[in-house]
Design a protein around this ligand. Structure first.
Ligand SMILES: Nc1ncnc2c1ncn2[C@@H]1O[C@H](COP(=O)(O)OP(=O)(O)OP(=O)(O)O)[C@@H](O)[C@H]1O
Ligand SMILES: [Mg+2]
Length: 265
């Protein structure tokens, strides 16, 4: 289904340097007197699926916003493919931002636009890509069918269930074919079948297009099914990171509290 772009992405991957696609070093971020991050380090490897866990309010959404540049760090370094984001020109920054897509915690659809127009929105805004209307239409159809909503393009958001709206939000992001996708709780509020569908889609995008995914989730089943690694945020830092089976077997008391459900997620 997504195979048509494989060659293009492989060419990009072949040209890209090795090493992590994204490195965060010594990140500090406060709101007023509340220090959300205190020297956080995190590497995101090219093509991996990283599940990001942590209790409510620990900073998961803020971290994604720092990565995508919607918020700025107080201190620390963000490296994209080895490039310092804070030293980049606005042109370089714009190029980086086109490579990363974010699926927000709420679907944030435009209620006055049809489902298809919502999904096409970013493609039309990025008109600089020079996409022809027929190509936009084809891309929208691909993205909607990838989330299992191939026949909803003509509907208005108000006609969709909450879960369907969420999936349209995913379609809108993947329509831009980002190299890295940041998902903020993509399955919260979805039934098990649609949660599994989103999980399958994340895995499929990696398999077929080598998309790197960071998935913020409270859903340990999803994390265990699709992630290569799990990172656990706690008190402003990554306190544990590793392959799913290593984290699942951890004897660290804080990690165990999270995994065994004794600490609120
Ligand atoms: N724009 C902002 N202004 C002030 N404080 C903020 C802002 N955004 C986030 N915060 C604070 O930063 C902390 C982390 O928030 P964040 O939304 O990242 O939590 P989270 O881990 O995503 O939680 P949840 O699992 O509930 O979504 C919270 O204490 C929140 O109140
Ligand atoms: Mg959040």
């Amino acid at each position: 289904m997504v195979r048509e772009a494989t060659e293009e992405i492989h060419e990009q991957a072949a040209a890209a340097p090795s090493g992590p696609i994204l490195s965060l070093r010594g990140i500090w971020k406060s709101f007023g007197t509340k220090a959300v991050f205190r020297g956080l380090d995190l590497d995101i490897e090219r093509g991996e699926i990283l599940a990001l866990l942590g209790s409510s309010g620990c900073g998961k959404s803020v971290l994604l916003k720092l990565i995508i540049g919607l918020m700025s760090v107080d201190r620390g370094t963000i490296l994209w493919d080895g490039m310092h984001v804070e030293l980049a020109s606005s042109r370089e920054l714009a190029a980086v931002r086109r490579r990363v897509g974010m699926v927000f915690q709420g679907a944030a659809l435009f209620d006055s636009l049809s489902v298809a127009d919502n999904v096409a929105y970013g493609l039309n805004v990025q008109g600089s890509q020079g996409m022809k209307p027929a190509d936009v239409k084809e891309r929208v159809a691909w993205a909607l069918s990838a989330v299992g909503l191939g026949d909803t393009g003509a509907l208005m958001p108000s006609e969709l269930s909450g879960g369907m709206r969420k999936r349209v939000g995913v379609a809108r992001t993947i329509a831009l074919r980002p190299e890295v996708v940041l998902y903020d709780e993509p399955t919260t509020g979805l039934d098990p079948i649609n949660s599994a569908r989103i999980g399958d889609l994340i895995a499929q995008l990696r398999h077929e297009l080598n998309v790197t995914s960071v998935v913020v989730t409270h859903d340990l089943t999803l994390a265990s099914h699709i992630a290569d690694r799990i990172a656990l945020l706690h008190e402003g830092r990554v306190i544990a990171i590793g392959p799913v089976d290593v984290i699942n077997a951890s004897t660290d008391p804080i990690v165990r509290e999270f995994l065994d459900g004794r600490r609120e997620m």
